[in-house]
Design a binder for this molecule. Structure first.
Ligand code: SF4
Length: 384
């Protein structure tokens, strides 16, 4: 790596698309979830405070270079984009080019948000993490929000006071892949955490003043644990009142243990409809919370089921019922349209002509003959 380059990890939540990514750890401390192979071949490493500060200094160096192209004004268009592109295309070092490109994108998008990577940044000691947060805010005083991933089991070992210290140092939000709140499902997917630990972690984070964004995976428990998956998750939401629940529909990736289980007949895939019913059940069971449901991944079938789980409950349930009330053949057509990125919501399907719908129904019949499963971006899903 060149002297002025800094590390950039592979993964960030979609909501951090415009954030500066700073890698404070590499990989995942657990690496044993049966549906995940993200960091399977990466040995976990927590970087030293000195090494992270050196990266922040290098980011500051690139920020200075990019700012030379700033024009007077405050809009995203107040940049000499052609000048930045010309400098980037003249750079011979690929690492340097990537670093300058990353920083330029961040500053042009406002330069306000930062995401600390990788799979479990809160595995850094809270002292080391606080040092990093304070230094980051000192070097870039314009930062408005710093967020990071944390593993629930790890988070459950910290107190509200410790989270309050991290908040004071500048950590605003923790994303955590709870996936489910059901102990039976947690065991099946080998998440290495219990519902009780999730609740303890979630309450302490909230009490410490940090926003909490948890992830829910409809369908990850399989057909037999489908209802349990929804009910356990609703229990956690009601006990914690997370700020966000982000829906990540389960789809099984070849190479994972869960895929192996499916191939060996030990794991029955939930259908798209089962997964939609799980989301419905979670919304129905949520009570007295101010959580916002977010559907910010293309893998989710119903992208428009979003809103405050209490204030927008009826509207979200209605959107789900609009889908579930379709005849089975049309639900399959909609699934096919979504999985092939030809529709966003039911209205897109309703705009199709009768002839187009008939052709799609025939396509679905063909898919069904192949075994009622569909591959989407390398994932396995199942129709209706
Ligand atoms: S904790 Fe997250 S990154 Fe680690 S194995 Fe599980 S799902 Fe993958």
């Amino acid at each position: 790596m060149s002297e002025k380059a800094f590390r950039i990890g592979p993964i960030r939540p979609p909501s951090e698309a415009n954030s500066l990514l700073i890698q404070v750890t590499n990989g995942c401390t657990w690496n044993k979830c049966r549906f995940c192979q993200l960091y399977r071949h990466t040995k976990f490493k927590a970087y030293s405070a000195d090494s992270i500060r050196a990266d922040i200094d290098n980011i500051a160096y690139w920020a200075e270079r990019v700012r030379m192209y700033a024009r007077k004004g405050t809009s995203a268009f107040a940049w000499d984009i052609e000048g930045i592109n010309a400098e980037l295309s003249n750079m011979t070092d690929a690492d340097d080019r990537q670093c300058m490109y990353t920083v330029a994108n961040w500053l042009i998008a406002g330069g306000e948000n930062v995401f600390l990577q990788d799979g479990n940044s809160t595995a850094l000691s809270s002292g080391r993490l606080s040092d990093v947060l304070l230094y980051l805010r000192q070097v870039f005083p314009q930062i408005k929000r710093i967020t990071s991933y944390g593993r629930a089991e790890n988070l459950s070992r910290s107190t509200a006071e410790e989270f309050a210290e991290l908040k004071a140092a500048g950590l605003d939000r923790i994303h955590s892949g709870f996936e489910t709140g059901s102990d039976a499902v947690l065991q099946r997917i080998n998440k290495g955490v219990t519902q009780e630990q999730q609740i303890r972690a979630g309450r302490a984070i909230k009490a410490g003043g940090i926003e909490l964004s948890i992830y829910f995976m409809p369908g990850v428990g399989g057909k037999d644990l489908s209802e349990t998956n929804a009910e356990g998750t609703a229990e956690v939401i009601n006990a914690v009142n997370p700020d966000f629940v982000r829906v990540r529909t389960a789809a099984i990736k070849p190479g994972t243990e869960l895929y192996q289980d499916w191939q060996e007949g030990k794991f029955e895939l939930c259908s798209d409809d089962d997964k939609v019913r799980e989301i419905r059940r979670v919304i129905e069971l949520a009570s007295g919370v101010d959580t916002y449901i977010v559907s910010d991944h293309m893998i989710n079938l119903l992208q428009n089921v979003e809103g405050n789980i209490t204030a927008d409950r009826e509207e979200m349930l209605q959107r789900i019922d609009d889908y579930l009330d379709q005849p089975e053949a049309d639900r399959r057509v909609f699934q096919l349209l979504r999985r092939t990125l030809r529709a966003y919501d039911l209205n897109d399907m309703k705009r199709l002509s009768a002839a187009e719908l008939d052709a799609l129904r025939a396509e679905v019949v063909k898919e069904n003959e192949l075994g009622w499963t569909v591959r989407m971006n390398g994932y396995i899903c199942r129709y209706v």
